[in-house]
Write a protein that binds this ligand. Structure first.
Ligand code: IMP
Ligand code: MG
Length: 177
């Protein structure tokens, strides 16, 4: 077990992440078969994953960025979606791939999928998450694509934060309790 200078245990190394991204991209390329897509990156957590993933995608694509202004249980009642520099109308009639950092309870993913379906008319909508905490799910949401299934531990790094810190790590780590 590797312990880093900041007392985190390494759960998934940077190399493992990059290797998995290549195989995921292969699956995604295969599904879309060269057809144009819009990739929607969910800020801030999915930023590292999205930029690494799209480098391996081979179809014409546009990137959009959205941010959710509330989290967790409040999401279903008061969740707001902000889009940046973006014309989310871009997605009308297009195939859309939402890219997230992690699915935990599944409430965020459910909110987002419903938001997109209610406000826009994508021709096809898929959800890709780097991490999947299957055991924590409070609904029946499953990502179409995911990188790694992990235990219900709080993880940081590679975009995921603890009160804003540690997004910059190139690996996924956790604190030993
Ligand atoms: P959900 O709505 O419970 O599925 O949670 C999704 C959001 O919670 C993610 O997009 C993350 O922002 C955050 N989150 C859930 N688990 C973790 C974690 O282990 N580390 C950091 N953020 C997390
Ligand atoms: Mg997030």
């Amino acid at each position: 077990m590797i312990t880093t200078a900041n007392n985190l245990k390494v759960m998934i190394t940077g190399e493992q992440i990059q290797e998995r991204i290549k195989t995921l991209a292969y699956e995604i390329n295969d599904y879309y078969n060269g057809e144009e897509i819009v990739v929607i990156c969910v800020l801030k957590g999915a930023v590292m994953f999205t930029v690494d993933l799209v480098k391996h995608l081979n179809m014409p694509l546009k990137m959009e960025f959205i941010k959710l202004s509330s989290y967790g249980n409040e999401m279903t009642s008061s969740g707001k979606v902000q889009s940046f520099g973006a014309h989310l109308e871009e997605i009308n009639g297009k195939k859309v791939l939402i890219v997230e950092d992690i699915i935990d309870t599944g409430l965020t993913a459910e909110f987002l999928i419903n938001h997109i379906k209610e406000n826009y008319k994508p021709k096809d909508l898929k959800f890709c998450s780097l991490l999947n905490k299957k055991a924590s799910r409070k609904n029946s949401i499953e990502p179409d694509y995911y990188g790694f299934e992990i235990d219900s531990k709080f993880v940081v790094g590679y975009g995921l934060d603890d009160e804003g810190y540690n997004r910059n790590l190139n690996y996924i780590g956790y604190k030993e309790v």
